[in-house]
Design a protein around this ligand. Structure first.
Ligand SMILES: [Zn+2]
Length: 303
């Protein structure tokens, strides 16, 4: 038995989760509010993160590597997060080289969608797949593709920023400046805004899928929001499924919980004529929020 352990860190705008993996599975884990790091001096943030990692390593065990999945954009070559919008506190400083120096181990970083798809590939719904597509439905829309467990990269080493593929002439303007981006129509943000517009006294985050199931049975306009949401999601998926031909697609992120409510709209948009059929094997995430930290453990070996 080896006494070496690996750490996986999932850094999101709201929470940061650290997992310590040994030979036989997870040994320890911890979640910290990302705001805690924002409250300390920028030059001390990698120290604080390193201290959290060290505090989780069981007695007699030695850290071998650290992998980070972060809410992007992420420059994987320089090891720097470039997210001024939702992760300012960990952005624009050499987090990877600082952590590597302090912990004296190899540190790798990638986008959080890549980390999540790796987690599902090794431990969740994506086991034994050859081409695995992950679409995360959160504040925005993230996409990652694995081919035999290896992340697909663009020319400059990044994951595909597929949240900005155009899906319709819908007049919604995306933060990137263009109209009709998939992200502005299929993110949880769109779903939340449209539900709150119909149910102004019902804060979205306080309710769950069962609550909306009941409301959707009584109110056609609410059911229709979910149906339209599924349609938006499906229109972008058609493009990705046509191009990539994955054997499985996993939906994750906070809006994926509503899968039973938007499934009909999504399936309607996925219909193709026989000769152009696509693989519509689409499932919600199995691991949920833990996928990112679990998958991050594998990142140093891939970079
Ligand atoms: Zn856009």
């Amino acid at each position: 038995m080896t006494n070496l352990v690996k750490a996986g860190i999932d850094i999101g705008g709201t929470g940061t989760r650290i997992i310590i993996q040994g030979e036989d599975g997870t040994l320890n884990s911890k979640s910290i509010a990302t705001a805690e790091f924002a409250a300390i001096e920028k030059s001390m943030r990698s120290d604080a993160l390193a201290a959290h990692v060290l505090s989780l390593i069981p007695e007699g065990m030695k850290l071998e590597s650290v992998g980070i999945g972060a809410s992007g954009p992420v420059d994987t070559n320089l090891g720097i997060i470039l997210n001024k919008d939702t992760l300012e506190c960990f952005s624009f400083f050499p987090l990877v080289s600082e952590l590597s120096q302090k912990l004296n181990v190899k540190v790798g970083i990638d986008n959080d969608a890549v980390a999540a798809v790796l987690g599902e590939y090794y431990f969740g719904a994506g086991k034994n797949t050859k081409r695995l597509l992950m679409v995360t439905l959160g504040t925005g829309v993230g996409v990652a593709l694995l081919e035999n467990g290896k992340p697909f990269r663009t020319r400059d080493g990044q994951h595909p920023e597929a949240g900005h593929i155009p899906i319709s002439g819908d007049p919604v303007t995306c933060y990137c400046g263009l109209k009709g981006c998939w992200e502005s129509l299929a993110s949880r943000t769109w779903l939340q805004q449209n539900l709150e517009a119909l149910l102004p006294n019902t804060p979205f985050e306080k309710h769950n899928v069962n609550f909306y199931k009941t409301v959707a049975l009584e109110r056609e306009d609410v059911a229709n929001v979910f149906h339209r949401y599924g349609h938006h999601l499906g229109r972008g998926l058609v493009t990705l499924l046509t191009l990539y031909g994955p054997d499985l697609t996993i939906l994750s992120g906070s809006a994926a919980h509503y899968y039973p409510l938007f499934k009909s709209g999504m399936e309607e948009a996925l219909k193709r004529s026989d000769g152009y059929a696509i693989n519509t094997l689409i499932v919600p995430s199995e691991l949920g929020d833990v996928a990112g930290a679990l998958g991050a453990v594998a990142i140093p070996e891939l970079t």
